[in-house]
Design a protein around this ligand. Structure first.
Ligand code: IPD
Ligand code: CA
Ligand code: CA
Ligand code: CA
Length: 256
């Protein structure tokens, strides 16, 4: 088996195991604290999930680096770095809304090599390896081919900082009259996975972190979509718009 196929299998198996841990935790009372702002929450489940992922990666591939939302960047020596969001959609998770996932990617010097997004609530596993097809539960998926912005269903998300949200709200106010509708589901990696399989025509968000984008971005590319960087709005970090290229051409100027 090639190295890439091994990396993908490892990511899939760790994502499923972590999803099961989180599913169990979701019915328990959890310790919760605020992170960057009072709206930005983290729970013991986020930490336990990342701990499990790091343990499994260290056992299988001790030379690899790992960047995770809760544990930071640990350098490796193999040229492979894992980029991990142990629980994407923490707010949904803590409010009992079944829209959260585990996102695991591996990257090398040329970019993202494999990406897996596992949604335990629906038992849906999205995956891709660079240059190959994107799949949902092993079946090939492709993204929307829509070119017409007026009938496009567009997903987005918002950061945790009030000033960033003011700028993001202004973008939504500009865009909403010109598209079919806008969805804010609350888990960026699922937004990307759902764009990859055509449940959304396009998705954009300003200020994503690498762990939000790494796996889902590759899955979208492998599903035939363009992943185009966006300039920051307000004090946000740069953004990304994802969809069929003609639609991305139409959307991008409105998202600045
Ligand atoms: C957040 C979610 C949300 C997105 C935010 C992310 P977290 O991730 O993906 O949908 O809008 O930008 O930070 O904190 O739940 O892992
Ligand atoms: Ca978070
Ligand atoms: Ca996230
Ligand atoms: Ca997270």
């Amino acid at each position: 088996m090639s190295n890439v196929a091994e990396l993908l299998l490892l990511a899939e198996s760790i994502a499923r195991e972590t999803g099961a841990l989180l599913r169990d935790a979701s019915s328990r009372e959890l310790r919760i604290s605020a992170k960057s702002t009072p709206t930005d929450l983290v729970s013991e489940a986020d930490h336990a999930a990342e701990h499990l992922i790091r343990e499994r990666l260290a056992a299988a591939r001790p030379e690899d680096g790992v960047l995770g939302e809760e544990g930071g960047d640990v350098e490796g020596s193999s040229g492979i770095r894992w980029v991990v969001d142990p629980l994407d959609g923490t707010i949904n998770f803590l409010f009992g809304i079944p829209q959260w996932c585990v996102s695991i990617a591996a990257e090398d010097a040329s970019g993202t090599l494999v990406g897996v997004v596992y949604d335990p609530s629906r038992d849906e596993l999205f995956s891709a390896a660079r240059g190959g097809p994107a799949t949902l539960d092993g079946r090939e998926i492709t993204g929307s081919t829509k070119a017409d912005m007026a009938t496009a269903l567009v997903g987005t998300g918002f950061g945790y900082d009030a000033e960033v949200r003011r700028a993001q709200a202004a973008v939504v106010a500009r865009l909403l009259p010109d598209v079919r509708d806008i969805r804010r589901f609350g888990a960026a990696a699922i937004d990307l996975a759902w764009t990859a399989c055509g449940r959304l025509d396009a998705y954009y968000e300003h200020g994503l972190n690498p762990w939000d984008l790494a796996a889902g971005g590759l899955i979208c590319e492998c599903a035939g979509l363009e992943v185009r960087p966006l300039e920051p709005v307000g004090p946000s970090a740069p953004g990304v718009v994802v969809g069929p290229s003609t639609l991305v051409d139409a959307l991008a100027p409105r998202l600045a």
